[in-house]
Design a protein around this ligand. Structure first.
Ligand code: N2P
Length: 346
């Protein structure tokens, strides 16, 4: 090949790889509902030209079912809680992260990293963490009567409680009220928890995980299980709503950004994760949603009123008997069976 032709050929290859193999400028993000101020996505698009195709779910199970069905394709980013990160990585549904593309990783608080559900954070980046406790409207209910999960069974709550549409969280309460671990895999414990929760059902007005604080604010429910950030937001609108760390121990959770195995926009997914890791973006997220940020640099910027609020950043002694939800392996099938029966009123 003559020299000039070679040059043209190289140029041709360059054009081909740039325009044919570059990722289309989009990223598909599957997230919990009410879990990201959407104006931040617009800001990301304005900065990078990458369009975010955003869709939401209200439970880990719904997210998992969809990603499993699509065998890890269809989405470039998702947000499982700890125990689903564990399950999904073990099932080969996640793509390892390229830390070289995530300079913002260094902003994360080491205390939230390298957890047993994903040692070394090979697959996941913590986004927000928090607790699940009890919400109570002290205008209608004497707060002295609501100090423990066991109090939710009181007859005065008949048809007055709100529970999250969250299988593991509801079973956590059944199990812990009986004195068992909220992660038990023992079929006898699960059977007992199911029987116990059946007795709670007459007190349950509804299950909702989309925007639970609204139902407290509108007075539709008087008490129930709630995520601390939602309790904080409800309290802003109605000071009668209080958050209680239950005597038996709260549930501890953390939600994490992951890239599903078959993601087609890997570079864009990393760009979006890194955008969310910026301190000023982390601050906006944490302030808007009122959950705790695992981003140490973001926490420094958070309004001190929120940062010093024990509902959101609880002192260690309140967390002492708290428990993180972990993967229960094959026992999940039994949980799911009892959960369906509970919700069907069986
Ligand atoms: C979504 C809140 C999810 C927090 N609105 C619980 N993991």
């Amino acid at each position: 090949m003559r020299k000039g032709h070679l040059g043209i050929f190289v140029l041709f290859l360059y054009v081909l790889t740039t325009f044919v193999y570059a990722e289309p400028p989009e990223v598909r993000f599957f997230n919990w509902s009410d879990y990201l101020p959407e104006e931040l996505l617009e800001r990301f698009t304005a900065e990078t030209g990458i369009r975010v195709r955003y869709s939401t779910y209200d439970s880990n199970e719904a997210m998992y079912a969809k990603i499993k069905l699509l065998q890890g394709k269809g989405y470039d980013l998702a947000m499982p809680s700890t125990y689903y990160v564990d399950k999904m990585r073990k099932e080969g549904l996640l793509h390892p992260l390229d830390k070289a593309k995530l300079p913002g990783f260094k902003n994360l608080d080491p205390r939230r990293l390298d957890q047993p559900f994903d040692p070394g954070n090979v697959y996941s980046i913590p986004y927000l963490w928090g607790t699940t406790g009890i919400a109570v409207n002290v205008h209608r209910i004497d707060p002295a009567k609501v100090q423990a999960w066991a109090d939710l069974w009181r007859p005065e709550f008949r048809r007055g409680l709100l529970l999250p549409n969250d299988m593991r969280e509801v079973f956590f309460v059944g199990l812990r009220t009986l004195g068992y671990s909220g992660n038990s895999t023992d079929p006898r414990h699960l059977r007992e928890a199911y029987e116990k929760l059946r007795q709670l059902m007459p007190n349950v007005r509804l299950f909702n995980s989309d925007s639970p604080q609204m139902l407290y604010v509108t007075g539709e429910v008087d008490a129930g299980m709630i995520w601390n950030g939602n309790a904080y937001r409800a309290h802003q609108e109605d000071p009668n709503l209080r958050y209680v760390y239950p005597e038996e121990g709260c549930l501890l959770w953390m939600d994490n950004l992951v890239i599903p195995k078959g993601a087609e926009h890997l570079a864009n997914a990393h760009k979006l994760i890194d955008f969310l890791l910026r301190p000023e973006i982390g601050k906006l997220i944490a302030e808007k949603l009122a959950y705790a940020s695992p981003n140490a640099e973001a926490v420094k910027l958070i309004d001190p009123k929120l940062r010093n609020d024990p509902v959101i950043y609880p002192p260690d002694e309140w967390l002492r008997n708290g428990e993180y939800t972990i993967d229960v392996g094959a026992a999940i099938t039994l949980y799911a069976e009892y959960w369906e029966r509970l919700k069907a009123g069986e």
